[in-house]
Design a protein around this ligand. Sequence first.
Ligand SMILES: *Cc1c(COP(=O)(O)O)cnc(C)c1O
Length: 346
Amino acid sequence: MNENINWAALPFGYYPTDFNVRCTFRDGKWGDIEVSQSDTLNIHMAATCLHYGQEIFEGLKAFRGKDGKIRIFRMDENARRIRRSAEGLMMEPIPEKLFKMMCVMAVKLNNRFVPPYESGASLYIRPLEIGLSPRIGVKPASEYMFVVMVTPVGPYFKQGFGVSNYCITRAHDRVAPKGTGQFKCGGNYAAAMRAGEEAHGKGYSAVLFLDPLEKKYLDECGPANFFAVKDGKYITPASDSILPSITNMSLMTLCEDLGIPVERRHILVEELADCSEAAAIGTAAVASPIGNIDDLDTGKTYVMSHDGKPGPITTMLYDKLNAIRYGLEEDVHGWNFILDEDRIEP
Ligand SMILES: *Cc1c(COP(=O)(O)O)cnc(C)c1O
């Protein structure tokens, strides 16, 4: 373990580690896995990732449990999702086994950066794929690089699990109606940056986007999925422009286990008036509870927390998912990959 790091104070940022792993697709096949100590890439200045946005990524976490074991949460799902993203952007799909092997290698090689259980911190795993071939005409690359880097990150809630405010705006869309919303690509983030920064400037955590076609239904919540509690039910938007969050998928399963009804459907903006809890969901936070949602165009405020605290269902789901990730609660669905027990070579 690395003694000198104040794990609990680490931001969600880049902290250098010892190694990253890389693999290149060239001449129609993936090559050998390369272990690198460099945190830079040397690529052609005309590479498609730089000019035409052929870049996709993933985000998952490894946790050191109270029992000392290191667990990677739902890696199979990330392997599947990055393959769908590759297909969506005409990039070379990464074989799922290669994806998982490289994630496991990156964690093992950087074992000393997997934070101690007591810190509440974790090791964030960031796999990414880029198009390498030089192109000036718009055309998919024929060469690709897949990199897995890791970095330790502190607990998301530094001042305790609490609420923050969001806004609705019709001034910007994150993605187009039949665009790339369901793929995890850098381009979606570039497209949403102006909206996000404007919201931050007004004191909001993020924008709760509306569906880009009709602007009637709730969509993605900044760089996260969204759920609300209405009449004791967990409701979450169904939309082609939303990235299928693995955290959301997991919370829906936990709801079923707990007997909480789940509805995945179009949700009208006005329904927020009848909701008693809401949160943004993703790997970084699990669930980030929402206080108020201000509709900047109509001037309406939807109050998701009347006492300024996270609601009971949000809190229960947050605690339960974290307990599973840290190995405190039985992993009945087999979501954790345990290092050295669930072997993926080498
Ligand atoms: C990564 C991401 C999420 C959350 O997905 P998880 O698998 O739960 O981490 C949600 N929305 C967007 C746009 C994302 O990129």
